[in-house]
Each structure stands twice: as C-alpha cells, then as structure tokens.
Design a protein around this ligand. Structure first.
Ligand SMILES: NC(=O)c1ccc[n+]([C@@H]2O[C@H](COP(=O)([O-])OP(=O)(O)OC[C@H]3O[C@@H](n4cnc5c(N)ncnc54)[C@H](O)[C@@H]3O)[C@@H](O)[C@H]2O)c1
Length: 337
C-alpha cells in the first residue's frame, strides 16, 4: 500500500491501493464515531453508496444530482439541513464518496456544519484521486463564477481505490490524465517519460506519484500564497478554453490544451526550452486527447485577463523551464493582450 503523508495544519494520510475501500471501516476507525453520513452524487450513489454505507454503518446516504450546475450553495444548504435533522454532532463524520464535485461540495458542507466537522475523502474519479481530494480546497460555484465560495478544510484521510475506475467513462479518465500530465510537467520528468513510453499499466503507482507531488506542494503552501500556484500549470488558458468552447471541452482536457498553448507561447518568448510544447502535444495526441482549438490566443488572453488570479494589473503565470521544472512568472495582464 502507498501511504502519503500530507503535512498541513491538520496532518493526514492518503492511502493508495486497489480494493482499499473494502477496508474502509478499519482504516477510518468507524467505530469511533457515533454517526457517519455518506454524501455522494446520484450516479456514484447508485453504483457504490450502499456498499460503502454498510461498511461504515452509516446513518444516511445523502445524494445530490450530478454535474457542475449542482455544485452550489443551494445543494450545500440542503445537505446542511439534512445533517441537522439527522442530529450529527461535532464528533461525527462525513464520508465524501465521488468525483471532484462531490469532494468539493461534501468538504464545504463539512467545513460549514457546526463550524466544521471531520470528513473523509473516497475519490472515485481519476481526477479526484490525483488532485481534488488532496489539499483541503473545498467549495462551490456562484452565478458569478466557478469555485468563488469555499473554505480550506483538510480531510482526516483520503482512500484512493483504483477499482472505482473500472466504471469510469473514458472521457473522465482523460480528464484525470490531463492533471497527471500536468504533474509530470511541473515536477516529475520521469513520470512524464513513463507516460511517453505508454506506461499507464501501474495506475496505483501513477496515482501515488501524483499525490506525493501534490502533498509536497500543499505541505509547503497550504493556503495557496506561493508554490501551490504551480498546480495551476495549464489552467489559466485551460479555463479560457473551457469558456471559449462553452464548456464543450471538459476541464482536464482543456488543461491539456492550456499546457500546450502556454508552453508554445513561452517558447516564443524564450521563457521555456524549445521542444517542450511539442512533447506535451505529442503525449496528448498519443492518449487520444485534444491539443488545439480553433480560437486565437488573443481571445483566450482576453478571457484570462478577467480571471480571478489577476491581482490588480498583474497576472501570475505558471511556466516550465523544461519538462519537470516549473516556475511562477509575473506579467502585466495588459501586455498579454
Ligand atoms: N478542490 C480541489 O482542489 C479541486 C481540484 C481540481 C478540480 N476540482 C473540482 O473537481 C470537479 C471535477 O471533478 P471530476 O472531474 O471528478 O468530475 P465529477 O465529480 O463531475 O465526476 C465526473 C462524472 O463521473 C461520475 N463518476 C464519478 N465516479 C465514477 C465512477 N467510479 N464510475 C462511474 N461514474 C463516476 C460522476 O457522477 C460525474 O457524472 C470540478 O468541480 C473542479 O472544480 C477541485
């Protein structure tokens, strides 16, 4: 079993092993809690909630509809009311069972309920395993934009069981792979090379390597004031790609395109070693993921200049010097346009 320690204010472990969710009760010491509530979405709920709920002897499974449009304050408010009716106390536990949306919503609900109760993450998508379940960022979307309301609330444990990926559609696997490639680009050249050689067989090992990188970065910068921004490599233009295509290109795949675009741009400016953009593009192509869109970079910078990462007129971009080596580059947002 891979055990990765996350050294945040409240430290915890991420355990990665195929089939590990079958031992959930023992691993989270479920007998310590008077009440455990499982929060999930409708799709994951149908597939896995009964099993997990009976393992931990849950008092309830609280389900909300799938999709970004339900990652809202209304959903959180509804869940809070249900937890209150179940009379959970501060010593009780929430289990977040699902992809990144469930993790963000259930985590934020846990952060708000009684001013914060414990929660455990059981990620069921590749993206949630390698990224969103670790690091304690929780939250919801507002009408004004994505992830605009939230809290830092670390889980007490994260259990990554790759058995869940058996039912995950291909498109969702590709979303997760966008983030996996990102980790290779920013910190781990050998992970990138493993992917180039087609080495996706040992998925547990890949998940563990990604989680280790995230755990390291989050331990250094829990509250996102510096190094943690490196995790946004490809995301600034990726978000613009999502918006420009009216969200037809999903997040992880948009990040893939964003990584190619920003790296090509940085190569032209002499900020990245030549050839990196082509390597990222070739890897995306090999994995059957999109690497370009029919929108010019100027329109994408226009969208980006309204991005929430813009601090005053300055915009912090994440660039790579070479594959496996990232840095933060501050620039004038107007200059980009
Ligand atoms: N908190 C963070 O640090 C962080 C980081 C990255 C992304 N995110 C957030 O994560 C969200 C995206 O997460 P996601 O890509 O996991 O999407 P998701 O949660 O919407 O899951 C994708 C789809 O797959 C289904 N699904 C999940 N697990 C399944 C399984 N094992 N088998 C079959 N179907 C399954 C879900 O029901 C859903 O329909 C976004 O809202 C994003 O903002 C958060």
């Amino acid at each position: 079993m891979n055990k990765i320690h996350v050294e945040t204010g409240k430290a915890y472990d991420v355990l990665v092993e195929k089939g590990i969710s079958r031992q959930i009760s023992k691993l989270i010491e479920s007998e310590k809690y008077d009440k455990i509530a499982v929060i999930t979405d409708e799709k994951v709920g149908k597939l896995y909630a009964d099993k997990i709920a009976s393992e931990v002897n849950a008092v309830a499974v609280l389900t909300f509809p799938c999709g970004e449009k339900h990652k809202t304050m209304d959903t959180v408010s509804d869940l809070l009311e249900k937890l209150a009716r179940l009379k959970l106390t501060r010593g009780d536990l929430i289990v977040a069972l699902g992809g990144g949306i469930v993790g963000d919503v259930a985590g934020f609900t846990a952060a708000c309920f009684l001013r914060g109760i414990k929660f455990v993450q059981i990620p069921t998508t590749l993206l949630a395993m390698v990224d969103s379940s670790v690091g304690g960022k929780t939250g919801v979307n507002l009408t004004s934009g994505k992830n605009l309301a939230g809290a830092f609330h670390q889980p007490t444990a994260v259990l990554c069981d790759s058995d869940f990926l058996k039912t995950l559609p291909d498109e969702e696997i590709k979303n997760g792979l966008g983030e996996v490639i990102k980790y290779g680009c920013i910190e781990d050249k050998s992970l990138f090379e493993t992917l180039e050689k087609g080495g996706l067989d040992n998925i547990d090992e890949i998940i563990a390597r990604c989680v280790s990188i995230k755990a390291d970065i989050v331990s250094r910068d829990e509250f996102d004031n510096g190094d943690r921004q490196k995790l946004n490599f490809g995301h600034t233009l990726g978000h613009a790609v999502e918006k420009a295509t009216d969200f037809k290109i999903p997040h992880g795949q948009a990040v893939g395109i964003g990584m190619v675009l920003i790296t090509r741009w940085a190569e032209e400016k002499g900020l990245t070693k030549k050839g990196c953009a082509n390597r990222i593009q070739n890897l995306l192509e090999k994995l059957g993921m999109p690497y370009e869109i029919d929108v010019d970079i100027k329109s994408l910078w226009q969208i980006t200049s309204n991005d929430k990462k813009k601090r005053g007129k300055k915009l912090t971009l994440v660039l790579i010097k070479d594959i496996g080596e990232s840095y933060l580059y501050e620039t004038d947002a107007d200059k980009l346009l």
